[in-house]
Structures are given as structure tokens and as C-alpha cells.
Design a protein around this ligand. Structure first.
Ligand SMILES: Nc1nc2c(ncn2[C@@H]2O[C@H](COP(=O)(O)OP(=O)(O)OP(=O)(O)O)[C@@H](O)[C@H]2O)c(=O)[nH]1
Ligand SMILES: [Mg+2]
Length: 347
């Protein structure tokens, strides 16, 4: 608990240790998070997602620098969904972010998935909470856009930036399902490369084709001029597209300004509170899924799950009936009942 006082006082070592404990999970982690939670809710969380190699890390690096130029503190989480097939880009990211280290206004943390995307979502949310409590004004979270990971990050962020780059089978990845729904901003990085304008056009076309999203707040409600910049006549937010050349910092100040405009939009329209509820729902779902699963496994007799799995594998029972039965067994066992025979025909 002493960690908490030190962390709130700005002690970086206490921060690093707290994050390690939180990542490890368990009752101690939960106690730490409980102590820190009242201090959270001030930081603006920015998710940066996109296909591998689009330049996310370079962009995060550049964005962090522009925030430091403004005197704002920045926490960075590099989520690395290390697949079993590759070693991941962790080391590369560390090297690239090298020029930021040594600045006490910046804290960088790389996280590995340890094989579970659900677990990663929860651990990421927890580390975000720790950085938030530690007072970082802007928290940048990089995730490689691989299916669920990018949706998860959108669930944890206030502002989600989808990074595209030309020449990576551009339109195909741009139109990838789900991207439109999660993007608050688009960055077309590697704008120094041929085809960047084409990528921008593909995105614009996609936005034009998209069904108009429901108005997030009443049209005509007055907003400050700043927040109005990305707002359509019907009051909904149109994700702006910014071209960037991350290694040279080109377009990055503009991108940062868009993040801040989006933050203003969220605040002025009451969307910030709604997103916080959505973020809490997302986190609660992760926690419940994990805790319920753990409780279920703890209550079942040893080997029962395997017994059921064998029944599924041998086609004695289908997986849905099997799951129903496991849940029934869990509920029954709560009342000291017997587990049903997993091989019993579905009834
Ligand atoms: N030409 C050009 N190269 C860039 C630009 N931005 C990044 N790169 C290069 O693209 C490569 C990948 O950049 P990263 O920042 O590691 O990309 P990433 O999206 O974080 O990659 P993963 O985390 O592995 O998915 C590096 O060699 C960068 O130097 C850019 O704007 N223009
Ligand atoms: Mg990266």
C-alpha cells in the first residue's frame, strides 16, 4: 500500500513496481487498483491501432514528443500481441522509443499478451488506470490491429486513431470490417510514399458510403468553434483524415490537435461520460468473464472439464449443451448438488 503513496507522489520506481504487480494479477493487484481507483479519471486515453508495420510506434513516439513540447505528461503502453509465430516487435519498439527515455514526463511500458487477448484487454485497462492515477495527462496505447485486439483497444480508449499506410493492400485493409466503427481519427502515415492520396481517397469514399451514424447529440446544439471542426451538420463526429510522415514529425502536430479537438467534442457533448461508462462496461465484462470462469473451474470436481471436453470431442454432446451443463453443474454445486454425467445424451 506504501507504493500507492509513493506513486501518487510521482515516484517512478513505485510506478513501475505497481504496474508489474497489477500485471501479475491476484488479490494484491486488486487491492492496489482499489486504492488507486479514486485517483483515476483525469487522463485522456488515446488508442493507436492499425495493421502491422503501418508506423504506429513511430507515430506514438512523435505524438509523445509534441505533447512534451506542450508540457503535458505522457504515459505510453505498447501492447504487443506476440503471436506464437513471431517474437513480436517489443525490442524494436523499445529501441525506437529510446529518444523519449530519460524524460521524467514520459513513462513507457511494453506489455505482452501471454497468449490471452481477453487477459490482455483487462491487464491493459488496469495499467491504464495506474498511469491515470499517477497523473499522466495523455495515455497512448499502441495495439497491432489484429481483429479483437483493435476492438478491445477502442473499448479502453477515449479517442481511437486508426493508422493506415499506402502500399499494404491499401483499400482492402482500409475497408476492413469494424475499422469505421472504432475510428475517431484516421492517420494516413507514410505519406511520403506513393499511393498516400489513394489511401486517403479510399477512406473518404468509405466514409461517404457508410450509413450515417446516429447523431451523438442534438444537431444545432452549440459547441465551441474548436470542437465544431470535426462535427457534421447532424451533430455526429466525422473522423478526420490526417496525412503523416511519422519519422519526420510531419502532420503530427495536426494529428495531436485533432486528438485535442476530439477530446473537447467528447467533453462538450457529454460523450466523455458515455465513453467512460462504455469503458467501465468493457472492463467489467473482462473481469466478470475471468472471475466467473475461475469460480466455475474452482467449483467443478477435478477432471470434470476434461470429461466434458472428451464428450464434445467424441461427438457425444455438442459444445453448447456441454457448456449449458457445466453452468448447470456450477449452479447445482453451489447448492451442493451432483454434477451431471457429461456423456449423457442432451435433453
Ligand atoms: N517512409 C516511411 N517510413 C515510416 C514512416 N513511419 C514509420 N516508418 C517506418 O516503418 C517501419 C515500421 O514502423 P513502426 O513504427 O515500427 O510500425 P508499427 O506499426 O509500430 O509496427 P508493428 O508494431 O510491428 O505493427 C519502420 O521502419 C519505420 O521507420 C513514414 O511515415 N514513412
Ligand atoms: Mg509498433
Amino acid at each position: 500500500m506504501d507504493f500507492v503513496t509513493q506513486l501518487l507522489a510521482g515516484n517512478r520506481r513505485a510506478l513501475a513496481r505497481t504496474i508489474s504487480q497489477v500485471e501479475d494479477g491476484g488479490p494484491e493487484a486488486h487491492a492496489l487498483l482499489a486504492a488507486l481507483y479514486p485517483y483515476t479519471g483525469r487522463g485522456h486515453v488515446i488508442g493507436i491501432t492499425g495493421a502491422p508495420g503501418t508506423g504506429k510506434s513511430t507515430l506514438v513516439n512523435a505524438l509523445a514528443k509534441t505533447y512534451r513540447d506542450q508540457g503535458r505528461t505522457v504515459g505510453i503502453i505498447a501492447v504487443d500481441p506476440t503471436s506464437p509465430f513471431s517474437g513480436g516487435a517489443l525490442l524494436g519498439d523499445r529501441v525506437r522509443m529510446r529518444d523519449l527515455t530519460g524524460d521524467p514526463g514520459i513513462f513507457i511500458r511494453s506489455m505482452a499478451t501471454r497468449g490471452s487477448l481477453g487477459g490482455l484487454g483487462r491487464a491493459t485497462a488496469d495499467v491504464i488506470s495506474v498511469l491515470d492515477a499517477a497523473g499522466f495527462a495523455r495515455i497512448l496505447v499502441e495495439t497491432v490491429g489484429v481483429g479483437q485486439a483493435e476492438v478491445d483497444i477502442a473499448g479502453a480508449a477515449h479517442t481511437t486513431i486508426v493508422v493506415e499506410a499506402p502500399g499494404l493492400g491499401d483499400e482492402v485493409q482500409a475497408i476492413k470490417a469494424g475499422v469505421l466503427e472504432i475510428a475517431d481519427l484516421f492517420a494516413v502515415n507514410k505519406a511520403d510514399r506513393e499511393g498516400a492520396d489513394h489511401t486517403v481517397m479510399a477512406l473518404q469514399m468509405m466514409q461517404g458510403l457508410a450509413p450515417t451514424s446516429p447523431s451523438h447529440h442534438g444537431a444545432g446544439r452549440s459547441l465551441t468553434r474548436a470542437a465544431e471542426a470535426g462535427v457534421q451538420p447532424d451533430g455526429s463526429w466525422l473522423p478526420p483524415i490526417t496525412k503523416t510522415v511519422a519519422p519526420r514529425g510531419e502532420g503530427v502536430v495536426r494529428l495531436r490537435d485533432w486528438i485535442e479537438l476530439h477530446a473537447a467534442y467528447l467533453a462538450e457533448t457529454g460523450q466523455r461520460e458515455k465513453r467512460d461508462v462504455a469503458r467501465a462496461t468493457n472492463l467489467l465484462s473482462h473481469i466478470l468473464r475471468d472471475e466467473m470462469m475461475a469460480a466455475l473451474l474452482a467449483r467443478l470436481p477435478a477432471g470434470y472439464l476434461t470429461e466434458v471436453a472428451v464428450a464434445v470431442a467424441t461427438r457425444t454432446v455438442d459444445p453448447y449443451h456441454a457448456a449449458d451443463r457445466l453452468i448447470a453443474a456450477f449452479l447445482d454445486r453451489s447448492a451442493a448438488g451432483q454434477c451431471p454425467d457429461p456423456a449423457q445424451a442432451p435433453g
